[in-house]
Design a binder for this molecule. Structure first.
Ligand code: TPP
Ligand code: MG
Length: 281
């Protein structure tokens, strides 16, 4: 099992992959991707029970669904570096005929991708369907999902959130990337949602906050605690407090880098801040 330093080194490489993918085609979403790097590395390298190889049935293993599909650069990097597909394929990000599309899709058959996402608001519905299926099949494994905070403004989420608790889907751990930012500004400014914790609780969920969503040990502890809360009749929500653009100083804490590529000079600076640890693709 990797130690914290190894996981942090992994994160450094993932950050390099994120900015290099986006810079390579001058498009894509670095901000949310960087903010969720620790979460993805913790999940795939430590927390999730995964089978060797990949199949769409997803039986007898934990599953993950990415709902905020625009943060695909972090997802692709962690999938590739966790053995799902060749790391060199990151070089085809957002290119014509690539399996590594700007927003994940299933028909390219990229191992690790279970749903198309990018049209926001749909992932929770799929995740809870998979979780309910596991319960019906007597499969004791868990389902994880990730959602943006701005994404919660999509109404379909709340149908899913309501359904999950009404049906005691207690093998589902849904994480919200609480970075306080979305495409056009802060979430408070664009559409103030009040207390997201109070809303999930009112809908019957168990909620826990991870205040340091970019601290590897805090993220691991939060995921561990969330796991301990499963199987008790309620779905579990992690409010993961992250910093958008984390790890690249000029991208941090602003929506400006939600969907914008760094130029050559900015890339150089970003790479200097994040040493190569596992080998660039
Ligand atoms: C249904 C739908 N509406 C609008 C968009 C455009 N869009 C893409 S990302 C985004 C912002 C989402 O905010 P958040 O989930 O907080 O992501 P972050 O900016 O933090 O990465 C929007 C509005 C979309 N992809 N899908
Ligand atoms: Mg956000």
């Amino acid at each position: 099992m990797p130690n914290t330093k190894q996981l942090e080194d992994f994160v450094s490489q993932v950050r390099r992959d994120i900015v290099r993918q986006v810079h390579g085609v001058n498009s894509g979403h670095p901000g949310g991707s960087l903010g969720c790097a620790e979460f993805f590395v913790a999940l795939y390298q430590e927390v999730m029970k995964r089978k060797d190889g990949f199949d769409m049935d997803g039986k007898d293993e934990d599953l993950f669904f990415l709902s905020n599909g625009h943060i695909s650069p972090v997802f692709y990097s962690v999938l590739a570096r966790s053995g799902y597909f060749p790391v060199a394929e990151l070089n085809t990000y957002r290119k014509i005929d690539s399996r590594v599309q700007g927003h994940p899709t299933t028909h390219e058959g990229l191992p690790g991708i279970r749903i198309a996402s990018g049209s926001l608001g749909q992932g929770m519905s799929v995740a809870l369907g998979a979780a309910q299926t596991k319960k019906l099949n007597g499969d004791p494994n868990l389902v994880y999902s990730l959602h943006g905070d701005g994404e919660l403004q999509e109404g379909q989420n709340w149908e899913a959130i309501m359904y999950a608790s009404a049906n005691n889907i207690d093998n589902l751990i849904s994480t919200v990337d609480l970075n306080g930012q979305q495409i056009d500004g802060t979430t408070d400014h664009v559409l103030n949602m009040g207390s997201i914790r109070a809303k999930f609780e009112a809908f019957g969920w168990e909620v826990l906050d991870v205040e340091k969503g970019n601290d590897m040990n805090a993220v691991l502890a939060g995921l561990k605690e969330a796991k301990s809360l499963t199987g008790k009749g309620k779905p579990v929500c992690i409010l993961l407090h992250t910093i958008m653009g984390n790890g690249v100083d000029f991208m941090m804490g602003t929506h400006a880098w939600h969907g914008k590529a760094p130029n050559d000079e900015q890339l150089e600076s970003a790479l200097t801040q994040n040493p190569e640890t596992l080998g660039d693709y």
